[in-house]
Design a protein around this ligand. Structure first.
Ligand SMILES: CC(=O)N[C@H]1[C@@H](OP(=O)(O)OP(=O)(O)OC[C@H]2O[C@@H](n3ccc(=O)[nH]c3=O)[C@H](O)[C@@H]2O)O[C@H](CO)[C@@H](O)[C@@H]1O
Length: 367
């Protein structure tokens, strides 16, 4: 790559967009250290905290999505959208991007739109097997569209698609180098006890939390210790419930997911695209509870792809409260099933998507 290209990475809203974006940024810095990277996100969203933690600068736009639960909250929306376009113009004026990468989430839209209007090369990463509406629109003028799976021609032009898989961050790719006891210690848990990791996607999952709260004593009596990520909603309540249990670690978010994966023997998880990609890489027996209201119910599709290959278990969201805890206790007692799930899920691991995407972008803008 010619010296020091300036790249904007735009998007966010949830961990499923932010963490792959950071993985792509890191890979670009590794392949072309002179690259300058600026993130653009939405004010008040998770990226405004997570991106600086990863060592990158971020600008926040005044953009928001359509609020379906409270129509009154949408009054300022057109104004915010217009303002965000002005904010993007100002950012472009200062940073002068050579290329922009959209990873999904509100802020992708005005950034890629302006780039495309000005003939600045734009790229998209779509992590789901069902493309989001704004990515479909932006994909028409994008130079390349990076996708996780085959069969995306129904959303994007075939010649733009590059199947790369989803970029899992290196700390998670290298999880096997973490000492398990050290990881357990990190969470204040005991060596030698079977450890269950519970993750409700980047924002937490109500049905999973309710199931765990209800079945907590059963899980403990079955000899399990827990790393339980709750999301922000009701986090204080779950913390209080578990305060007297020394073998239960609870928090609204896990910053070092590699430690959680290293400590875990089994996992209960939502079935977002990145959770799936990571679980294949870290090879854990997993029980999925897909979020049923994601677009086109894509989390169920994600989970079923693995369940059909005997590579994971699944409980539906509306059955979670009754079925999740008995199912995971049954799995905890069945070492053969755990090995089968582990072996099968490991076949779908992709560990170099970050570098493949970074290399394609660099090659494309070099001409
Ligand atoms: C409810 C919803 O619509 N969810 C979508 C959202 O999910 P969500 O943001 O939950 O996304 P994913 O499961 O894809 O990714 C979660 C990411 O957050 C990280 N993480 C999670 C919890 C935690 O405590 N710490 C942490 O670091 C995980 O390691 C992973 O990298 O984006 C995904 C990718 O577009 C979609 O497939 C999901 O359907």
């Amino acid at each position: 790559m010619a010296r020091g290209k300036n790249i904007i990475i735009a998007g966010g809203g949830t961990g499923g967009h932010i963490f792959p974006a950071i993985a792509i940024a890191n890979a670009m810095k590794k392949l072309a250290p002179a690259t300058e990277i600026l993130f653009v996100g939405a004010k008040g969203k998770m990226e405004m905290e997570k991106v600086p933690q990863a060592g990158y600068k971020i600008e926040g736009l005044d953009i928001a999505g359509f609020n379906r639960s409270s129509l009154i909250k949408n009054i300022g929306l057109p104004f915010k959208l217009v303002r965000s376009f002005f904010q993007v113009r100002k950012i472009f004026k200062g940073f002068r991007p050579d290329a922009v990468v959209g990873v999904g989430g509100y802020s992708s839209f005005p950034v890629l739109r302006l780039a495309q209007a000005r003939d600045i090369p734009s790229f998209i990463h779509e992590s789901n097997s069902f493309a989001g509406k704004s990515n479909i629109l932006l994909g028409k003028k994008a130079k390349k569209v990076f996708v996780a799976t085959d069969g995306m021609q129904k959303f994007f032009l075939a010649e733009k698609i590059v199947v790369t898989g989803n970029p899992v961050r290196p700390a998670i790719v290298n999880v096997s180098s973490i000492d398990k006891n050290e990881a357990l210690q990190f969470f204040g848990l005991q060596p030698g006890k079977k450890t269950l990791l519970i993750v409700g996607g980047s924002l937490g999952a109500k049905s999973i939390n309710t199931a765990i709260s209800k079945g907590l004593e059963n899980l403990i009596n079955a000899g399990l210790q827990l790393i339980w990520q709750t999301g922000k909603t009701n986090a204080a309540k779950w913390k209080e419930q578990t305060a007297d249990h020394p073998t239960v670690w609870v928090n609204d978010f896990i910053t070092q997911m590699e430690m959680a994966y290293a400590a875990a023997d089994m996992v209960i998880s939502r079935a977002g695209a990145m959770a799936i990609a990571e679980l294949c890489v870290v090879k854990k027996p997993v029980l999925f509870v897909p979020y049923p209201f994601a677009a086109e119910d894509h989390q169920t599709v994600n989970a079923m792809n693995l369940v059909e290959k005997q590579a994971a278990l699944m409980v539906k969201d509306n059955e979670a409260i009754d079925k999740v805890v008995p199912a995971i206790i049954e799995l905890a007692l069945d070492e053969n099933k755990q090995s089968e799930l582990k072996n099968n899920i490991s076949k779908y691991a992709i560990v170099d998507a970050d570098e493949r995407i970074a290399r394609e972008i660099i090659r494309s803008i070099e001409g």
